[in-house]
Design a binder for this molecule. Sequence first.
Ligand SMILES: *Cc1c(COP(=O)(O)O)cnc(C)c1O
Length: 361
Amino acid sequence: MSLTLSVDGERWRAHLRAVAAANPGLVPVAKGNGYGFTVGRLARKAQWLHDQGLHDPTAGAPTLAVGTYDELEHVAHRFDGDLLVLAPWRPFGVGLEVDPALADRVVHTVGRLGDLADLLDRQPDARIVLERMTSMKRHGFSAPDLWAASRMLTDRPGARVEGVAMHLPLAQGSHLSEVHRLMNDVVAAELDTRTLWVSHLTGTELTALRTAYADYTIRPRVGTSLWLGDRGALRVESTVLDVHAVERGETYGYRGRGAPKSGHLLVVSGGTAHGIGLEAPTGDHSMKARAATLARGGLDAVGFVRSPFSIDGKLRLFAEPPHMQASMLFLPHGARVPEVGEEVEVRVRFTTTAFDAVRIS
Ligand SMILES: *Cc1c(COP(=O)(O)O)cnc(C)c1O
């Protein structure tokens, strides 16, 4: 009954090791649904990765990044290094309730002057990363505010500034000119830190940055290309739970629809509760892309929508919208009919899928 993420363990671990070896100071990111693995499992894997001895101590303390303060409790006992919270600290919410036992391991991200003052009033020796706003325009200090933060920090000698962070957009070409521009602001701020935390830079961009700012420690925060970087090591499996032959006109499903032609209904595991949607994931969600999907035959002649379930290498059609934990597919007459119990491959977006099980060989 399960939707399973099945991992070729040897290949996956080799990939994780290769990424860590190529990225001194790597900060694995474990957040949200843990990229399909759960954050707890990723925290254990980050510890395993650290235990491989690949970490270069001159590249900073071993650190795992989580997305939110809520996630700290899932990782803190599984990874024993520092814990960077990517969501900015605010004077409300769970960030105010960090377990005092973790206070020394948690590194807060701060992006507003008022928050900086407030956090240091509450915890004068807080460990902080100052986030510089990028073209993402999500969070962070403007250049003048970063300079003001630097001045504020001269009066707060207890504060432990662990670096400056930049969250860059997903690459549409090179980030380097933007990073150089932002680095000018960082250098001008004359902060008492030489660590830069960055996201979404390529290997080439990181190398260029390390050369240009040789006195800085560059720490790449990486999620997707670490955990999901070798897709060939990952396979999503559903199971055929039932098979029924239908004649043209025969009714089926929640909506009592009549089969538009003869064939087979397949009930397979995996539904809305797992994050299986009506659309096969393409990564491109613009209206234009959706229209193109439909035009290309996402909808077949009788109005079925293409599903993410693939049988014999072919994506099959939904017979009706996915149910909570199972989906109904339509197999036209003439196609090979799989047996109950047979495994079906599914294409999913890992960051939006809740697997029943993760099996790592
Ligand atoms: C999620 C996140 C990352 C990691 O992003 P990936 O695309 O999964 O590598 C890095 N930095 C920040 C601030 C994030 O929120």
